[in-house]
Structure formats: structure tokens, C-alpha cells
Design a protein around this ligand. Structure first.
Ligand SMILES: Nc1ncnc2c1ncn2[C@@H]1O[C@H](COP(=O)(O)OP(=O)(O)OP(=O)(O)O)[C@@H](O)[C@H]1O
Ligand SMILES: [Mg+2]
Length: 300
């Protein structure tokens, strides 16, 4: 079942095209990563989904309802965590959590107290005195304690330390186990890589790549470390081999996945003594994509 759908959404701020025909579909129960550099359009997309901004063109639906017209209905089933959390300065942290939970519809007090514990959060202080990370915890506790069906998380961990980040990841996994849907925006790729079933990469308002992590890796190269008994002649000329570095008969290079068979057959003739391969991280993938695209632009 489709929980969230963006159909060719464009957004202009004056003459500036912040989003250009963004389409996306989230199925029930999946964790969807939304990755892009600063200013790419992640938060703008999310604000449109939450009915806080009106798209210039296109259609955004959540649970089959219109993001702009039916915002009130939609919000009852959504939990939203922004990167920068607003708090009412004169309430305590605990009071702010309760206000947020009441706005989000039904919730469990037991779960709320559990999450306060798990995030090691002190709910008694005045909200104005909390650090950025602690303000983020307020929104995360309210989200994880809610009975929402869809979690929209816009760079929710930018203020958390590694231990709390781990707690956050645990929370997202539990949400998924409960069959709920998550949209997680980030520019921290390692975070998304650990959690997401599928990702979309946005750059300058356009989706430039999307798919499962495996789909995206398929387009990429493996990092290889090989040692051979004899020197493989002409290895550098073999197609699919990139960034070759040699030290004696030890080679380090990147191999195009679709040339892997030829490369291994070739090396085998020279007696492979050692072979190691590491899949690229999403970071490598993204950087390569980024560089290639900006190269294209420079050539035009
Ligand atoms: N209200 C606005 N008026 C004018 N321009 C805006 C407005 N909101 C966003 N923009 C512009 O739209 C572009 C996309 O911004 P957006 O906040 O969606 O990026 P982002 O991907 O969330 O970036 P970040 O990772 O820094 O949060 C940016 O160039 C931004 O300056
Ligand atoms: Mg943003």
C-alpha cells in the first residue's frame, strides 16, 4: 500500500526553482532515505508533505489525501522531527513532550517514559536551557512515543552524540518492526545506509538517482586489493579497471561491477595469491555521482 506519494512536485520561490518535478513513492512499512547536500531541497519537499508550503506544481498525497487541503487529517497520523526543534521556552522539557504528543494524536505514557529513559533525557528543566541535541531529543521522544503511522524525520540526529544516535537508530528499527513507514532525510550517508530500504538522491531540486542500496551499488565499482604470483601484463589497459596503484605484485584498484568477471579471469592467469574486495559506501557512490555530474556541466 502506498503511504506517501509525490507526483512531479515543483516549487518556485520567486524566480528560484527550489524543486523540479520531484516524484517519490513510499510503501507501507518501508524506511526511505532522502539524501542530498545542503540546499538540495530536502526540507522544502518535507514542508510540502506537511502542508506547510504549497507546491507550485504537482501533487503530494499522504494516506491518499492531499497534503495541502487535508493537512489536519494527515497530521493525526504523522510524527515529524525537524533538524532544528522549536520549544516553548517557559515550559519544562517534559511539558513540551506532552504538548507535542497531544498534537500528534494518540500516544502511550509508558512508551513516553521509556523513551525519556532511553535518551537519558532530564524532563524537568526549562526548555529554554536545553542544548540543540536535547531539543532534538524532545521531538524524537514525542515521535517514538506516538502511535503515528508515518514518521517524517528531517535530519533528526544532527545534534546527537554517537551513543544517542545509536538509540535513535534502534528507535527507527522498532518503528519499522511495528510495520510503520519512515521518511528519513539526511546528508549523513552512513546513517541512511544502515537503516533504509530504498533511497532517493536529490541535488539542486532534482532527484538524480533512486533505488535500493543494492540497485545503486550496481552502478558503482568495487574497491579491490589483489596480489599475484606473476606480473599481469597490460592490466592497466583492461576495461573496467580504474585508479590502479601497483606496489610490486600487489595491486589496488576499482573495478566496474559489470566487468568483474573479465577482470577476475584475467588476473587468474597470473596466479592470484590474495584477493579482497570492499563494496563502496554510499558516500563513495554519492561523491562519484556528484563529481561526474559537475564534470558534465563544465563540459557544456
Ligand atoms: N522560503 C524560502 N524562500 C526562498 N528560498 C528558499 C526558501 N526556503 C528554501 N529556499 C531555498 O531552496 C533551496 C532548498 O532549500 P532546502 O531547505 O529545502 O534544502 P535542504 O536540502 O533541506 O538543505 P539542508 O541540508 O541544508 O537542510 C535552498 O537554495 C534554499 O535557499
Ligand atoms: Mg534541510
Amino acid at each position: 500500500m502506498t503511504v506517501l506519494q509525490l507526483d512531479q512536485i515543483s516549487k518556485k520561490f520567486g524566480n528560484f526553482q527550489a524543486l523540479d518535478q520531484v516524484s517519490m513513492e513510499l510503501k507501507e512499512g518501508e524506511i526511505y532515505g532522502f539524501i542530498g547536500p545542503n540546499g538540495a531541497g530536502k526540507s522544502t519537499t518535507i514542508r510540502i508533505l506537511l502542508g506547510m508550503l504549497k507546491a507550485t506544481e504537482g501533487r503530494a498525497t499522504l494516506f491518499g489525501k492531499d497534503a495541502w487541503k487535508d493537512a489536519a487529517d494527515i497530521h493525526k497520523r504523522c510524527a515529524y522531527v525537524p533538524g532544528d526543534v522549536y520549544v516553548w521556552p517557559n515550559l519544562t522539557g517534559g511539558e513540551v513532550i506532552d504538548v507535542l504528543l497531544k498534537m500528534n494524536g494518540s500516544y502511550s505514557e509508558k512508551k513516553r517514559d521509556e523513551w525519556i529513559e532511553r535518551f537519558q533525557f532530564d524532563p524537568k528543566k526549562k526548555a529554554r536551557s536545553y542544548s540543540k541535541g536535547n531539543r532534538q531529543k524532545i521531538a524524537l521522544i514525542a515521535a517514538f512515543a506516538s502511535e503515528a503511522d508515518l514518521f517524517i524525520l528531517d535530519e533528526p540526529t544532527s545534534g546527537l552524540d554517537p551513543l544517542m544516535e545509536h538509540t535513535f537508530q534502534q528507535g527507527v528499527r522498532e518503528v519499522k518492526e511495528a510495520g510503520k513507514t519512515v521518511l528519513l532525510s539526511s546528508h549523513i550517508l552512513s546513517e541512511v545506509e544502515k537503516l533504509c530500504d530504498r533511497v532517493a538522491i536529490i541535488r539542486k531540486g532534482k532527484i538524480i538517482e533512486r533505488g535500493t542500496l543494492d540497485d545503486l551499488r550496481h552502478l558503482t565499482r568495487m574497491q579491490m586489493q589483489v596480489e599475484t604470483r606473476e606480473t599481469p601484463e597490460g592490466f592497466v589497459k583492461l576495461s573496467g579497471v580504474h585508479q590502479l596503484e601497483e606496489a610490486g605484485r600487489q595491486f589496488s584498484f576499482q573495478a566496474d561491477t559489470d566487468h568483474m568477471e573479465e577482470i577476475i579471469n584475467y588476473l587468474n592467469k597470473y596466479g592470484v595469491r590474495k584477493m579482497e574486495s570492499t563494496p563502496p559506501t554510499l558516500e563513495d557512490l554519492f561523491m562519484r555521482h556528484y563529481e561526474e555530474r559537475s564534470g558534465e556541466e563544465n563540459n557544456q
